[in-house]
Design a protein around this ligand. Structure first.
Ligand SMILES: NC(=O)C1=CN([C@@H]2O[C@H](COP(=O)(O)OP(=O)(O)OC[C@H]3O[C@@H](n4cnc5c(N)ncnc54)[C@H](O)[C@@H]3O)[C@@H](O)[C@H]2O)C=CC1
Ligand SMILES: CC(=O)C(=O)O
Ligand SMILES: [Mg+2]
Length: 546
């Protein structure tokens, strides 16, 4: 089996990467201990035993990273066979710690680092990637807003790596088709700048103008060197997230995971939650009142997706907008409050002009929300009083505590259950363990974009979409919402169980391909002529198996 170990080497002072294969393919018998020559299955158990022997999650992360380098198929075999155990170790919450400690736990090259000092020369750095023709998807971060942890600079690389591992595990994207990229445009994180082991440029972030010049060169060269590449922007700080999505989305196949992926996954969970709450209250979907805590890129992405869905249900744009309220660190967002960032304006309330309402309980009493969605990076923001107030107002309050990692979640699943006396319909951004309540095992949904980006990406890649349209994103959301089984519905789940991710990704991908066709952005036109079941089969057959 080939393994994807990347070894750095230098030509004329420029670092390049080459794939090193560990031993011949397949390994010559002498390289393997006798028991392994016949029996690979026992090695699965051996790897699992080694993983489980580590006490700290960060040690498990390091072990898994090294396993991926040494024996990639085995790493993905473990991911697929033990999805619920491994995902929190390679993704949120552990990936948050891996980012915080990246410069200290760094062992070997993985992915591409492109720094501001490479400006003018970005094309040659990209051309040093050894599998250019295979490249299909890249996750690109500039490390400026990693999860809710803020500006981590080059230490953000594990987020690109972690997301791509989920593309491979969750949707069967071929490992050698993925390129994790971290852009180093400096960092304003003093702790990193003072850290002698910090691996990035030791400078504060470049200006907006300098960044835009850099990004223009980067995107131009990316499309030249990797003409078939889909780019996922990840964890850019708020304004840059919006700016670069808008700047490139009509020119290249790109999407922003935090804006569009999150919008997509939260709409999906919200639709299932609204169905459950309506069974208790009889309230129509269009009568839901949604309050967000946090008014950043993720919140605006979700609010935009909800609004678009409500208009499809027959509401006017203004009626749809009127169902949505936002609160940020200064309280309720409303026009009369004064100047505000551009991205908040579309959802700033025009129907309130009193004094600022800063306290969340007061905001809830004013808005009377049926759903409270947290994307505020503020642990404890949904305290007992907040949840009790929501439970007083609603038979089944919808409370999604979506900030990552767990240490920044607005509340835990257990808190939400206890304080609402079991009535809550809950999802968290990170995984929360099951909780026994009233003699029943309750399951927290994981409202995380990881449920949709693998399938959305696979659909875009297989259809060879020239752009990723809003309708493709919306299709992915509705496909996920529709994917609940009868058993999952009976268990009050708002997202499917994670172990079904491959099936779900296949369904999402097939529907995304159909939407790409309807919008005529598909370049793989041969897929237009096959029926739905053939299309699903085509998708499944194209999923890489470890
Ligand atoms: N579950 C998921 O799939 C996703 C979760 N997220 C999480 O959402 C969080 C926010 O992400 P972005 O919107 O991209 O960040 P952002 O930086 O654009 O926005 C953060 C917002 O939170 C507000 N905020 C900060 N402190 C607050 C407080 N004490 N009270 C009320 N609001 C406060 C800020 O004013 C800002 O509006 C992060 O923790 C991130 O990990 C982001 C994307 C996807
Ligand atoms: C999940 C994700 O994309 C985030 O927390 O930023
Ligand atoms: Mg993100």
């Amino acid at each position: 089996m080939p393994t994807a170990v990347l070894l750095p080497y230098w030509v004329d002072g420029i670092q390049k990467l080459k794939l090193a294969h560990q031993g011949p393919e397949p390994p010559a018998p002498g390289y393997l201990p006798p028991a392994l020559r016949k029996d690979r299955e026992s090695h699965v158990r051996r790897c699992l035993e080694q993983l489980r022997s580590k006490e700290k999650n960060i040690e498990k992360y390091i072990f898994l990273s090294q396993l991926k380098h040494a024996d990639e198929p085995m790493f993905y075999r473990l991911c697929l066979d033990h999805m619920s155990e491994i995902t929190p170790l390679i993704y949120t919450p552990t990936v948050g710690d891996a980012c915080l400690q990246f410069s200290h736990i760094y062992r070997q090259a993985e992915g591409l680092f492109i720094s501001y000092e490479d400006k003018g020369n970005i094309g040659s750095i990209l051309r040093s990637w050894s599998r250019k023709d295979d490249a299909r998807i890249s996750v690109v971060t500039d490390g400026s807003r990693i999860l809710g942890l803020g500006d981590l600079g080059i230490n953000g690389m594990p987020i690109s790596i972690g997301k791509l591992s989920l593309y491979i595990a969750g949707a069967g994207i071929r490992p050698h088709s993925t390129i994790p990229i971290c852009l180093d445009l400096g960092t304003n994180n003093q702790k990193n700048l003072d850290d002698l082991l910090y691996l990035g440029l030791r400078r504060t972030r470049v200006s907006n103008e300098e960044m835009t010049e850099f990004m223009d060169e980067f995107m131009t060269e990316m499309s030249r060197v990797f003409p078939k590449l889909l780019v996922q922007f990840e964890d850019f700080s708020t304004e840059h997230a919006f700016t670069y999505l808008e700047r490139y989305r009509h020119q290249y196949p790109v999407f922003n995971d935090d804006i569009q992926g999150t919008g997509c996954v939260v709409l999906s969970g919200f639709l299932n939650a609204a169905r459950l709450s309506s069974a208790a209250s009889g309230r129509a979907l269009s009568d839901q009142r949604i309050l967000f805590l946090g008014a950043g890129s993720a919140t605006v992405g979700v609010a935009t997706q909800l609004m678009s869905f409500f208009t499809l249900q027959g509401l006017s744009v203004e009626e749809a907008r009127s169902r949505i309220w936002m609160a940020d660190s200064q309280g309720l967002v409303y026009d009369a409050r004064g100047p505000m960032a551009e991205h908040k304006k579309a959802f700033s309330r025009k129907d309130y002009s009193g004094p600022p309402i800063k306290n969340l309980v007061d905001i809830i009493k004013y808005v009377m929300p049926t759903a409270l969605l947290g994307l505020s990076t503020t642990r404890g923001a949904f305290n007992q009083e907040v949840i009790e107030t929501m439970a007083t107002l609603n038979d089944r309050p919808i409370i999604f505590s979506l900030s990552n990692p767990v240490s920044l979640s607005e509340c835990t699943f257990e808190e939400a259950l206890q304080w609402s006396r079991g009535s809550v319909i809950f999802a968290g951004g990170s995984p929360f363990p099951d909780v026994g309540y009233g003699g029943v095992t309750r399951h927290a949904g994981q409202g995380n974009n990881m449920y949709v980006f693998p399938g959305l990406g696979l659909g875009a890649i297989l259809s060879k979409a020239s752009t990723v349209t809003d309708s493709m994103v919306e299709t992915a959301s509705l496909a996920l919402a529709d994917s609940l089984t009868a058993e999952e519905k009976a268990e009050d789940r708002v997202y499917p169980v994670l172990t079904r991710i491959r099936d779900i990704s296949a369904q999402i991908a097939a529907k995304v391909i159909r939407t790409a066709q309807q919008e005529r952005v598909d370049q793989n036109v041969a897929l237009r002529d096959i029926n739905d079941s053939e299309l699903l089969k085509f998708v499944e057959e194209n999923m890489w198996q470890p």
